[in-house]
Ligand binder design. Structure first.
Ligand SMILES: *Cc1c(COP(=O)(O)O)cnc(C)c1O
Length: 382
């Protein structure tokens, strides 16, 4: 059976072959398999050197100091560490976030809310944007943290974290940014973005799953409480034996992303244009999110009169995402689409197409012609 065309790069990316090759060197007896924390022999020293080289590569993509990178198991853990770690030990704390954050942030904030932390949930505008004024309007005397994502995983919209961060810095409020969908898709520079904590994931950037990082700013010095205790690894912020092969893979993936960033953005912009141009003959297609402030690889579309479930059944040759989650027997509409003001019905008509490094012109042409065919067919039988 021919595999469907992969258009779900926002869910995960395949590991770049150069990354897989590199990882293979850090597993077996003839490779560098030692424990990076072993200080007494060359096996450990070599593994430690590999981990530190990867730390430089990950720091490089976001222009951080390598000492500001803490290894984690993924962006979910990074978000948990950042938010819980910032709030820990603060009495009567207040935090600000939005209704369209990734579940890793939403559920962490809900958990804190149940523990007694006060949470303000901001409503984005119809285009998915959270404004600086909105954030400022929500601040209180006891606000300790604001958490907002740089790029939304369902819509592709980009938050103006530079402007928001500048205001928060002046007020001494910590700013956590989930950048899992931004790294490798746009320029992320912590020297010009005044953020304190920033979450990254390996597998959204052609690295392996199960590894991530948290940027923790050193100047001004940001302090967070560890959430996993053990040997005191990662300067006490995250214990556990470091998975050398995963870390080396993430490092390689981030260095490839940095070297090819501009080229990749240009390629994805062209593919996005071609994809949307291929749909032009269809009436009643709306783009969810922001047309002007978005990453090119994520395209969220609603098709009037056609529900996403039927459309996906018809689009068996495309691997896409509906954003709706099947909670037990019922299909829940995406809380992100509901969050930008879509009705349940409108949200049920949306599909997310996400393009990436290995997407070809032929694939997007095939995808748009399939969509035109299936949508027209479904509308004809209404
Ligand atoms: C994928 C994703 C995460 C979770 O990352 P994992 O590494 O899979 O835990 C968090 N936030 C956003 C915005 C994501 O897209």
């Amino acid at each position: 059976m021919k595999k469907p065309v992969y258009m779900d790069y926002a869910a995960t990316t395949p590991v770049d072959p150069a990354v897989a090759d590199e990882m293979m060197k850090y597993l077996t007896l003839d490779g560098v398999f030692g424990n990076p924390a072993s200080r007494t022999h060359a096996y450990g020293w070599q593994a430690e050197a590999a981990v530190e080289a990867a730390r430089k590569q990950v720091a490089g993509l976001i222009h951080a100091d390598p000492r500001e990178i803490v290894w984690t198991s993924g962006a979910t853990e990074s978000d948990n560490l950042a938010i819980k770690g910032a709030v820990a030990g603060r009495q009567n704390a207040h935090i600000v976030t939005s209704k369209i954050e990734h579940k890793a942030v939403v559920d962490t904030c809900k958990w804190l809310e149940r523990q007694g932390t006060e949470v303000t949930w901001l409503d984005p505008a119809a285009d998915g944007q959270i404004t600086c004024d909105q954030v400022l309007g929500a601040l209180k005397d006891n606000t300790v943290l604001v958490s907002l994502m740089l790029v939304n995983n369902e819509l592709g919209t980009v938050t103006d974290v530079a402007a928001i961060g500048a205001e928060l810095r002046e007020r001494g409020i910590l700013f956590h940014v989930d950048a899992a969908q931004a790294a490798g898709k746009m320029a992320v520079d912590v020297t010009s973005m005044p953020v304190d904590l920033l979450a990254l994931s390996g597998h959204k950037v052609y690295g392996p799953k199960g590894v991530g990082a948290l940027f923790v700013r050193r100047s001004p010095d940001v302090r967070i409480e560890a959430q996993i205790h053990g040997g005191g690894h990662e300067r006490g912020m995250r214990s556990g034996t470091l998975p050398t092969h995963q870390i080396v893979g993430m490092g390689k993936a981030f260095s490839i992303a940095q070297a090819g960033l501009e080229e990749e953005i240009a390629k994805l912009e062209a593919l996005r244009k071609a994809f949307l141009a291929g749909l032009q003959s269809l009436e009643g297609v709306t783009l969810n999110g922001s047309e002007s402030s978005c990453v090119p690889g994520i395209v969220n579309l609603s098709f009037e009169g056609v529900d996403a479930e039927s459309l996906m059944l018809g689009l068996r040759d495309l691997a896409v995402s509906s954003g709706s989650a099947c909670a037990s027997a019922t299909v829940e509409p995406s809380y992100v689409l509901r969050g930008i003001g879509l009705s349940d019905e409108q949200a049920h008509r949306a599909l997310r197409f996400s393009l990436g490094r290995f997407t070809t012109e032929e694939e997007v042409a095939f995808a748009s012609s399939q969509i035109v065919d299936v949508v027209s067919r479904l509308r004809a039988v209404r």
